[in-house]
Each structure stands twice: as structure tokens, then as C-alpha cells.
Ligand binder design. Structure first.
Ligand code: NZQ
Ligand code: ZN
Length: 383
């Protein structure tokens, strides 16, 4: 196991009816800005639950944060925060609203051009406190220090991470996920499963706690993910999926182990250029990354196959191929496409897709082997 230092300061408040706990979590007297997306919270009752819980606070609202949140929209919220002298940000939504809120919390105090936080990794010294009411189990953003933001005018999607943007608390009420469209549920299942994969499917470093923990999360997400499609109002299934998604990217399984975020990074261009949802990008790319890196990842692929899919028969190559095929079938069973041509993307688009790897000088994967030439090969495996 590699050395590590780790602290996750996010207080989790989990369960039915927990949105009512908001007033005990946000300091009295705060000037609160509630941030949300396109309006789903007004249809499913979450908006009323939040505003009821915040009676007695000075409350402002900022709505219209897009899926794959836009830099331009975040900057409008920054203006509002400064104008009204807001001092607490409450994100009510999924990964997009939470990520936007993290960026806003940093941009408000940033001296200089806030785009540099994303484009140049500029360091930040201060961020506004954030609370979260999670409405979609997927990204783990409610319990980590990362955010991903798109700038429409330049067609780029970029990320940043900083401990200052950890939320102070996250409320996780599984019942609020009942209203999700089935495709968003499937996206969440696939995204959270692949978060575990990106921290697990590299090479062994004898990190037993992390490996067994990762395998248990994948078993839960795989089994409950298939069930939720047929039983969407089952509280137990929703609760297990929600807690698994948080644990998949709150840092714990990633400490002291090599990681490979290639599929996530390569997916940014698919969203920025072709508008795919985040999880849709992953379901297409991950099988290509594993195929390309199958020699380097062989030991862990075999272990994944046995521990999660019960693939124990056959020689090494048969088990590797069976595991890769089972993984792809899982994504398809969840209703996601796994090939570029299904989105109308052809060989002519491969240069555009691999361009960011070149421009940003990325050397991806656990061993830095994936450069722009390799990225292009991976995309071509997925045509
Ligand atoms: O905008 P509204 O109307 O609220 O609708 C949203 C949105 O259209 C809807 N929705 C959310 N909760 C709902 C609901 N509809 C009905 N009932 C509910 N309870 O779902 C749609 C998608 O929401 P979004 O927040 O975009 O989804 P998700 O949570 O999958 O977040 C995706 C974003 O997170 C980033 C992705 O890149 C993408 O931009 N990620 C953030 C990460 C992080 N911060 O750690 C890691 C991830 O790998 C990911 O990159
Ligand atoms: Zn993800």
C-alpha cells in the first residue's frame, strides 16, 4: 500500500425526512443562496421541503444551472453572491448543481480571472461554505472536493479539486430520487460503478481494505442497479444505491492505491463536442480503455471478474474477455449505449475527440501510457 494522508470533513445526514434538519446545519443568521437546476425540484416537492426548513433565514435563489454546468452561468451566480453579500451556498441537486456551487464558492473570492482555476489549476485561498441537499445518486460530489465545469464559448470541459470546496454537510434522503427519469437513474448507476473501477482497476499494491471495500461497492451497485429499473420505488434499493454512490467517490477507496481516470478525462470531449451525458461517455470509453490496457490491468481484471461477476472458469484470456464482455453487457442492460456510432460519431471525429489529450499534455492511466495517439486508438476501438 502506498503512503497517504486523508481527511474527509463532510458531515452526512442520511435517511427519510432529513431535509427538515437543514436549520440545525446552517448557522442561524446566515444569508443563504439556494442553487438549483432546471426546475425538477419544483415538481417533486423538494423545493417546498427546503424552503419550509429554511423559514427564518434570509434566502435568495439561483436557478437554471444546466446539466454539465456552464462557466457562464456560474459567473452570473458569482455576481449575485457579491451583490447581495451572501455568506452560505446551498446546492439542491445532482452533480451539476453541486459542482457549479463549488466553483462559485471559489470564484467569489478569486483575485484574477476565475477561468484560471479550471484552465490553469490556479490555487485558491478561500471559498464560501457550502451545504448540499442531494437529489441524484451518482457523482459523489456531495462528499468530495472536485468539480467539473464547461465553458460553452470555447467548447471545453475542465475540472479542479481543492479541499476548501468540500461541502460542510450533505443531506441524503433516498426518497427524493424516486422522481428521477429512468435514464438518469441508469446514468447514476453506471457513473458510480465506474468511479470504483477508476480507483480499483490498475495493478495490485496489497491494499486489502481498499480492494475489498471497492469490490463490495461494485457488487452492491451492480445488483441494486439492475433491480432499481424494475422496482423504482423500493426504499431499500434507493438507499443502498445512494450510499454506495457517495462511498464510490468520497476518497476512501482511493487512498494509497494507484488510480486511472482515463475514461473520465477522455469523456470530457464527448460531452463538450457531442453533448453526451457524463455517464454515457464513460459507458462508451471504459471498455476501450480496459481493452487497450488489458495486459497492464490483467491481475485486477481477473479479480474483478471473480469478485463481482463470479467469473471463475476458463483460462486467463477467456476470463479477461468474459469480464470485459460482462461489464459492457451490464451498461447495455442499464439502457446505455456503448459504441460511438450509436451517437452518430464516426472515424472523421477521432481527431477532435483526442485533441484535448494533446493540447493539455495529458499522459493518462496509472502508468501514463495513454497519450493522444493511444487515446485515438481507444476511441477507434469504440466506433
Ligand atoms: O436540472 P433539473 O431540472 O434539476 O434536472 C436534473 C438534470 O436534468 C435531473 N434531476 C436531478 N435530480 C432529480 C432530477 N430529476 C428528477 N428528480 C430528481 N430528484 O437530472 C438531470 C441530471 O442532473 P446532473 O446533476 O447533471 O446529473 P449528475 O448527478 O449525473 O451530474 C453530472 C455532472 O457531474 C460531473 C459530470 O461531469 C457532470 O457535469 N461529475 C462530477 C464529479 C465530482 N464532482 O466529483 C465526478 C463525476 O465523475 C462527474 O464528472
Ligand atoms: Zn463520473
Amino acid at each position: 500500500m502506498n503512503n497517504f494522508e486523508f481527511a474527509n470533513p463532510v458531515k452526512i445526514v442520511f435517511g427519510k425526512g432529513t431535509i427538515a434538519r437543514l436549520s440545525s446545519l446552517i448557522p442561524q443568521g446566515s444569508k443563504v443562496l439556494m442553487l438549483y437546476g432546471g426546475g425538477s425540484i419544483k415538481k417533486n416537492g423538494i423545493y417546498t421541503q427546503v424552503t419550509d426548513a429554511l423559514k427564518g433565514y434570509q434566502l435568495w435563489e439561483f436557478s437554471g444551472i444546466e446539466a454539465n454546468p456552464h462557466y457562464e452561468t456560474c459567473m452570473q451566480a458569482v455576481d449575485l453572491v457579491k451583490k447581495e453579500k451572501i455568506d452560505f451556498l446551498l446546492a439542491v441537486g445532482g452533480g451539476s448543481v453541486i459542482d457549479a456551487t463549488k466553483f462559485i464558492s471559489a470564484a467569489v473570492y478569486f483575485k484574477g480571472d476565475p477561468w484560471d482555476i479550471l484552465a490553469k489549476g490556479a490555487s485558491i485561498e478561500k471559498a464560501m461554505p457550502i451545504g448540499v441537499v442531494l437529489t441524484l445518486a451518482a457523482t459523489g460530489s456531495e462528499s468530495n472536493d472536485r468539480a467539473v465545469i464547461s465553458r460553452v464559448s470555447v467548447g471545453k470541459k475542465m475540472n479542479f479539486a481543492n479541499p476548501l470546496v468540500y461541502p460542510q454537510f450533505a443531506i441524503l434522503d433516498p426518497e427524493v430520487t424516486y422522481s428521477l427519469p429512468v435514464h438518469q437513474v441508469a446514468n447514476g448507476v453506471v457513473d458510480s460503478f465506474i468511479h470504483v473501477i477508476e480507483q480499483y482497476l490498475t495493478y495490485p499494491v496489497d491494499a486489502k481494505v481498499q480492494d475489498y471495500f471497492a469490490e463490495s461497492l461494485m457488487r452492491v451497485i451492480y445488483a441494486e442497479g439492475l433491480k432499481v429499473l424494475h422496482d423504482p420505488h423500493n426504499y431499500g434499493i434507493r438507499a443502498n444505491l445512494m450510499w454506495a454512490a457517495t462511498n464510490a467517490l468520497n476518497g476512501w477507496i482511493g487512498v494509497g492505491v494507484p488510480q486511472d481516470w482515463s475514461s473520465h478525462r477522455l469523456g470530457y470531449a464527448l460531452t463538450a463536442q457531442f453533448g453526451l451525458d457524463h455517464a454515457e461517455t464513460l459507458a462508451v470509453i471504459l471498455p476501450g480503455v480496459i481493452q487497450y490496457m488489458q495486459k497492464e490491468k490483467q491481475e485486477k481484471i481477473l479479480r474483478l471478474g471473480a469478485a463481482v461477476f463470479n467469473i471463475v472458469d476458463g483460462d486467463i484470456q477467456e476470463r479477461v474477455e468474459n469480464t470485459m464482455a460482462t461489464l459492457e453487457s451490464f451498461f447495455r442492460e442499464m439502457g446505455l449505449k456503448t459504441r460511438l456510432h450509436e451517437y452518430g460519431i464516426t472515424e472523421q471525429d477521432l481527431d477532435v475527440l483526442s485533441a484535448p489529450v494533446d493540447q493539455l499534455g495529458w499522459k493518462l492511466s496509472e502508468n501514463g501510457k495513454i497519450d493522444s495517439r493511444a487515446a485515438k486508438e481507444i476511441f477507434s476501438l469504440r466506433l
